[in-house]
Design a protein around this ligand. Sequence first.
Ligand SMILES: [Zn+2]
Ligand SMILES: [Zn+2]
Length: 315
Amino acid sequence: MIKNLPKANDYENVSIECLIQAYNNIVTIDSYLTNATPREHIWEYNQVVLRTCLVLVHQGIEGLLKAVICNVSPLLLLDKKRSEWKTLPESKDESFDDLYTIGGEDLLRTFFGCQNPKNISPKFLNLYEEVRTKRNKIVHGTAKQKLSPEEVLKFILNTFTFLLGRDTFWNSVCSKFYGHPGFEFGDENIEWEDEYFYNRMDHLDFFLGKKELKKHFSVDISARPYLCPICTEKAEKITSKGIERPESKWAFLNPNKPGSTDMSCIVCRTDFGVVRQNCGINDCKGDVQYLIEEEDLGDNDIYVCLTCWKSKDDL
Ligand SMILES: [Zn+2]
Ligand SMILES: [Zn+2]
């Protein structure tokens, strides 16, 4: 008998770890950019990081394909002729981990044998081929080809969206980040990073653009953006210049309809209700407000405008 058969989740978890590690490697280097050294020089210097990321993406894709196959049977992953399986009664047990598993073309064909091809984007095959070819050159060649952080980021996002669905990239980034043990121990560094978590979305937007990014979210992020009360308040700081707040806008009416009173922030993944009333403060054209303070008597409730973050209290 073949023992210790893996579960689909085992493969899926490892794959997500690989993909998120690749993403984090890129963000980490970009977060230390300064105006002194041009970004292309930094990435020229860090080509080895991008090559490592690409190998991780390849491992991530293969693991996600294996997860789907595993749901049918992990035995389909074994790369050994059935006639050579040591499974007859007189044979000793074998552990799945000690056996070779399929890769490349065999893996792809088995995956599509276990999965309705209509459920997978036709673009997935191009992604797989591109990542596989580049990875082979890196692993077996002299790795002279140049990679850009943008192209690797796109490989990561597309892998998530094609194989796991929209929103899974960001949900996985968040689960990994909020699983950091530093939160448990009150580590100031990680808490500081949490306050500026929206920077990650700004980073993706800056280098990939909204058109590319919108493919990976179920909320329409090409619609008019608003300030998220949760993210904005979290990052609020009292400085010598007064109160400073981020201007980053990642909350959207959901659904994006004229009278809509529901909003979703894609950074903190919170849904909240809003009130549609005109702001007009300093000619602000915003008409989406959020109740920040409820008065007991009800007459003086304070609403903040999610376009300019002003409230009647500021007048
Ligand atoms: Zn938010
Ligand atoms: Zn306003």
